[in-house]
Structures are given as C-alpha cells and as structure tokens.
Ligand binder design. Sequence first.
Ligand code: HEC
Length: 334
Amino acid sequence: MKASPNERRKIKFGLAAKLNLILSLVFFLSVCGFGFLLSSIFENGAKAEVEAQALIVNQFANATRSYTQEHITPLLQQQLQSATQFTSEAIPAAAARQTFDFFRDDEPYNDFFYKAAADNPTNPRDRADEFEMALLERFRSENAPTLLSGIRNFGPEEFFYVAQPLKLNNPSCLECHSIPANAPASLIASYGSENGFGWQLNSVIATQIVSVPYRQIADMARHRSIQGIAVLAAILILILLILNILLSKVVVQPILKIARTAQLVASEDNLDVEFPFEKSNNEFGVLSRAISSMIYGLKTFAQELEYRDRAEGIHDVNSIEYSSHSSSSGGESR
Ligand code: HEC
C-alpha cells in the first residue's frame, strides 16, 4: 500500500508525549518527596525558631527580675514593711510576669505562655504540675540539661514547650525566700509564711517554661513548605517547557523532515529526492545518508532489472524466432 504524499498521520503517543509523561511522573514524585522533606525541615526550623524566641523571653524575664530586684525593691522597701499595704511592683517575679503580659498583648506573641513553675512557690498559681515536676527533677539531676523542649498537652490542645532551669543566684533573693522572719511584713500578710521559703542559694528553684500552641508551628511549617513547593513546581514546569521546545526543534522536527522525504520517495516512485541533513555531521546526517544510499542501491537495482528485462526481451525475441525456426524444422523432420 502506498502512502499518500500528503500523509500527515497524527502521531499517537510520540516521543514528546512519552517524554512528557515520564518527566511529569518524575516531577510529581519529586514534588511529593521534596514536599514531605521540606515540611519536616520547616517543622524543625519552626521549632528552633520558637526555641530561640523562648530563650529571649526567659532572658528578658530574668532581666526584668534583676532590674526590679536592684532598682525597684529598695525604693519600695518601706511600703513592703508595712503590713497593711502590699506593693506587687516591688516583687521581681511579679514584675517579670506583668511585663510578659504586656509582651504577649501584640501579634504574633498572643499565643505565647510563660510560667515560672516551682515545687514550693510563693504564689500557688506557680505550683509545678506533674509534667513540670518531672522537668524540675531532670534539671536537678546530675549532668542536668540546660534546656528541654517538646510537646505537651493542655486539655485537647497540643503545645510546644521550651523549658530552662531557674537558679537562685542572687543572695538578695533570700530576703523573701529563705525564712519568713526575714521577709517583709506585707509579704507575710498577703502570702502567709508557709510557701516560697527555704530556698537555697545556687539551687534550681523553678523552671521557666514558654509554651506555644503546636498548630502555630505546624502553620508556620506548612506555609513555608507550600512556598517552597510552589517555587520547585514553577522551576520544574519551566524545565518541562524548555525540554519540550528543545525536543521539538532538535529531535522531532528533523525526524519528521526525514520521514516526510522518505514518504515522498515511496509515494511518487521518485528516487531522485535529496534528503535533508545529508551534509550534516550529526545523527540525522547519518540517518539521511543511510536512507539515501539505500535508495541509491534500490535505484541501481531497479536499473539493472530494467536492463536485464530489456536484454531478456531481446533474447526472448531471438528465442521465439529460434524456437519457431526449430519447431518448423522439427515439423519438417516429422
Ligand atoms: C521582696 C520580696 C521578694 C524578693 C526580694 C524576691 N522575691 Fe521572688 N517572689 C516574691 C513574691 C511575693 C512572689 C510571688 C509573686 C506573685 O504573686 O506572682 C515571688 C515569686 C517568685 C517566683 C515564682 C514562683 C513563686 O514562688 O510563685 C520565683 C521563681 C521567684 N520569686 C524567684 C525570685 C528570685 C530569683 C529572686 C531574686 C532575684 C526573688 N524571687 C526575689 C517575693 C520576693
């Protein structure tokens, strides 16, 4: 069956389609894998960020405590001694707590929580719960860590916490935390003489814990992963586009040119067609020259056949003549 000269049969599932399918699959898998990797990298990054922020919060709480202790408490000493009026502004821990409440007034710190959890607190609100007691024990153990972080639950919600030990380093703290007899009268009047005493210098008296809802960290990680994946997907789509253009220009178009020339030879029985790229030094040159020399072979073969046919035609005539002669002679001989 001859191919029509204008045959431009649609190529089903050609080179470009195959390449696109394979690359799309590879790209899809790499986006999935990369997305998975990214979200865990960003999750760890978000945790490290919150950890760094928590250290700042703690350091700031300590600074506020020290400032109050050194500058405010002496100023308000007289008021503290009066049993009738309690001045919370003179209390270092209270100052740190109130400053923190101002700190978390604004975004994105609304969801930060701070607690100085102690096993023997002056204010019962600061009493360490079971979880915080375990942290305190670890901070008091040998080779104690200087920082612990992880996930904990408050009701149904998960929190990421960062905890540090709080050591009593300043002897002046003992005024209110050693024996009730040393403490200002107003403190005893407000808090009683049962709690927050007997603390030792250089001992871990509490753990400062900063907690952040875990969903905030997950949101941070998801947001960054989506950005990373979007950038990767954009790069891969660009690569796919460039590859398609290159493939079409460099591979598909030249092959189609050679194929159409071959179709022309087949459809018109015209063996004198010049092939594209015959002078090129690349693979298409090799292909073109190979097809061309095949056609040249066909051409000489066809010519030989023609000569032979013609020669046989003459021979046939002779043989007919000869045979008619011989048959007639045969007839004669009969
Ligand atoms: C003038 C008395 C006074 C001095 C000095 C003082 N504290 Fe306190 N401290 C208190 C009172 C009162 C509270 C409870 C505050 C509240 O209700 O939040 C407290 C609370 C604390 C808490 C929170 C746990 C708890 O007991 O409720 C820590 C931790 C703490 N103090 C550590 C220190 C350190 C460290 C120093 C030295 C830098 C210090 N305090 C100096 C009176 C004092």
